[in-house]
Design a protein. Structure first.
Length: 286
């Protein structure tokens, strides 16, 4: 379960024999684009980012994110998202948890001054994200992440902004995550949050150095084994959906810089493996 937490803070290749950076040059013929693995939430001390990010950013005319970051800020869209994340009237998460698990959840929120009955109006995906964000903030790890950093920078520099999936689809992934596994997800999330400082440290170390094998070991293997349906929905299905658009970026001379959660890049379901299998050449930037 800790790997789901790591994926939310962000989502075994043998393509490189050394660790470099989490940014890759993806080429086919004379054209190329850049693909960068991101962490969605960072600490202030994580900046500056690895130099490879700036190298790819300078050359790119367009930045591409998982979803439309500007639309996510719109108040109307935020209201729509909130509706998707809430249970219908008369239904709540407590009804889906054992008494023991609910008591643990209540103790967690009580210790942090959060009204449990307000949080349990949310579906399981949002509740897990809320638990994680609370602990990240307690550990100083919930500042601006790579995606927002470059979205703001691109807007200032008047670069193009695009996204790989519609906002509604992005909302649905969160709203439907973990249905039918509510009790198990809450129990394991609470267990794993006790280790979150060490987990995030290891994850960020692997991310900064572009160590794909380590990312798989700490961020993919257990998650895929324990919650295969959640893994498929959040990573595999989305990666597969993105592949056609990614391949099209090498059809012309324009250079895009695609930024997605680091776990989307790695493993046998990852974008790097799929791009290589489709005839693209991959070069990890130093």
């Amino acid at each position: 379960m800790k790997n789901l937490i790591l994926g939310l803070c962000s989502f075994c290749l043998s393509l490189s024999s050394f660790a470099a950076s989490p940014v890759w040059k993806i080429s086919k013929g004379d054209n190329h684009f850049y693909l960068g693995g991101t962490i969605h939430l960072l600490a202030e001390s994580d900046y500056p980012l690895p130099n490879a990010f700036e190298q790819a950013y300078r050359e790119a005319s367009t930045l591409v994110f998982e979803t439309d970051i500007e639309q996510m800020k719109d108040s109307g869209n935020q209201t729509q998202l909130l509706r998707k994340l809430l249970y219908p009237a008369g239904e709540n998460l407590r009804q889906k948890l054992s008494p023991e698990t609910y008591q643990r959840l209540d103790n967690f929120f009580a210790a942090r001054g959060v009204p449990t009955n307000q949080i349990t109006r949310f579906r399981i995906g949002m509740t897990v994200m809320t638990l994680t964000l609370i602990e990240l903030r307690r550990n100083g790890l919930a500042e601006e992440g790579v995606d927002m950093f470059f979205a703001n920078k691109a807007r200032q520099d008047q670069k193009g902004l695009e996204s790989l999936e519609e906002l509604n689809a992005h909302m649905d992934f969160i709203a439907n995550m973990g249905e039918g596994q509510e009790d198990e997800m809450i129990r394991q999330t609470l267990d794993d949050l006790e280790e979150i400082p060490a987990m995030i440290r290891d994850m960020k170390d692997a991310w900064r150095s572009g160590d794909n094998a380590k990312l798989v070991a700490i961020g993919i293997q257990e998650w895929k084994s324990e919650f295969p349906n959640v893994f498929k929905r959040l990573l595999t299905d989305r990666n597969n959906n993105w592949m056609t658009e990614l391949a099209d970026y090498n059809d012309d001379a324009d250079v895009e810089f695609v930024l997605v959660g680091a776990l989307h890049l790695v493993g046998e379901d990852g974008l790097l493996q799929q791009l290589q299998a489709n005839g693209h050449q991959l070069e990890q930037l130093p």
